[in-house]
Design a binder for this molecule. Structure first.
Ligand SMILES: NC(=O)C1=CN([C@@H]2O[C@H](COP(=O)(O)OP(=O)(O)OC[C@H]3O[C@@H](n4cnc5c(N)ncnc54)[C@H](OP(=O)(O)O)[C@@H]3O)[C@@H](O)[C@H]2O)C=CC1
Ligand SMILES: Nc1nc(=O)c2c([nH]1)NC[C@@H]1CN(c3ccc(C(=O)N[C@@H](CCC(=O)O)C(=O)O)cc3)C=[N+]21
Length: 294
């Protein structure tokens, strides 16, 4: 048996096409959607993401500003930059890349991102609302995990999902989204005593750790669905996941590839969020305009 390949290509292309047409409408209405990417890291997987965002934004007709503060930026500088972008009326979306310098916490700095511009759902307000089941942008990666499973018609309700990783960017929000879909969720992390025992009891394993090849066949129950979120740079200049695809492929029922799985869907959803954020400010401006002239 060889696991089915859960590609993100078709889904990401569909989201990008829809996003491009919404962006064109907004631009025609005088509201060109604009995303600011704040970078304070030399991390190679972040660099992959930033390149992917910039390329996809250009194709979708979204203006993308890369604000690179350097890997030694002080937390105060990052915070001020986020506050400034939040106050800039031509910017509709703001994302702060992780990891952050000097152990700064994303959830602390991201509180400087205005709620309506928090297109990667990183601020405590967005995350709190997500956990409470209230409307907010979900972190694009966590949303991509569920969107990719939905796209491939994988049932979530009543199934046991093990999420490996508990970051604010992926693990925790992915657990909330899966819970919202009536999965029974276990969250694992670096102190989990027997990782293989937990993950091999699950129907769905989501790996979001950042360690190449951590998840091997012994972590996976025969026929389980495995979602590989990891994007680990290789010495050859490529990307590999957290899943040892060579061994897991022969045991899992389905597996997302890296590259070409969760990554492209993440990028597409971030751009969709940006366009939706722009549409909302546009709607508000139009209302103000009507009220002003009426
Ligand atoms: N494809 C995509 O769209 C995206 C990919 N990524 C990639 O996903 C990966 C994870 O990213 P991110 O969540 O930001 O990373 P973080 O470093 O913030 O979090 C990693 C998590 O993995 C846990 N962990 C570390 N070692 C182990 C272990 N041996 N066993 C079990 N758990 C472990 C950590 O536990 P603890 O909390 O105890 O330290 C932590 O919760 C990275 O490769 C990143 O590049 C990220 C976002 C989007
Ligand atoms: N606040 C924050 N949110 C993140 O979501 C976040 C982050 N910080 N820091 C870095 C990691 C890493 N990450 C990736 C997303 C997509 C690809 C991606 O699109 N990869 C393509 C390959 C690259 C390409 O060909 O475009 C693929 O998997 O097919 C890679 C990496 C998001 N991250």
């Amino acid at each position: 048996m060889s696991a089915a390949v859960l590609s993100g290509k078709e889904l990401s292309e569909a989201i990008r096409a829809e996003t491009a047409s919404e962006a064109a409408e907004l631009a025609a209405a005088g509201i060109p959607p604009r995303l600011a990417v704040v970078i304070a890291t030399a991390d190679e997987s972040s660099a992959w993401y930033v390149r992917s965002i910039a390329r996809a934004a250009e194709k979708a007709g979204i203006v993308c500003d890369l604000v690179d503060l350097g890997p030694d930026a002080a937390a105060g500088t990052i915070r001020e930059t986020l506050a400034e972008l939040s106050g800039d009326p031509v910017v509709h979306g703001v994302i702060l890349q992780t990891p952050l310098p000097g152990g700064a916490a994303l959830e602390d700095l991201a509180s400087a991102i205005a709620f309506e511009k928090d297109v990667d759902g990183a601020s405590p307000l967005s995350l709190g609302r997500l956990a409470a089941g209230l409307p907010a942008f979900a972190p694009a990666t966590a949303e991509a995990v569920v969107a990719l499973l939905d796209h491939h018609a994988i049932e979530l309700s009543g199934r046991h999902a093990a999420v490996v990783g508990r970051s604010t960017v992926v693990g925790k929000p992915a657990a909330h989204l899966l819970l919202d879909r009536n999965a029974t969720v276990t969250v694992c992390h670096s102190r989990t005593a027997d990782l293989a025992a937990v993950t091999s009891a699950a129907d769905i394993v989501v790996a979001a750790v950042g360690r190449a090849g951590l998840i091997t066949a012994e972590h996976v129950r025969p026929g389980a669905v495995v979602v590989d979120v990891g994007t680990n740079p290789t010495a050859e200049g490529g990307l590999v996941g957290d899943v040892d695809a060579g061994s897991v492929r022969g045991r899992a029922g389905a597996l997302t590839p890296v590259p070409g799985g969760v990554g492209p869907v993440t990028t597409a959803l971030l751009l969709r969020h940006t366009v939706r954020a722009a549409a909302r400010t546009g709607g508000a401006a139009a209302r103000v305009g009507r009220e002003g002239s009426g």
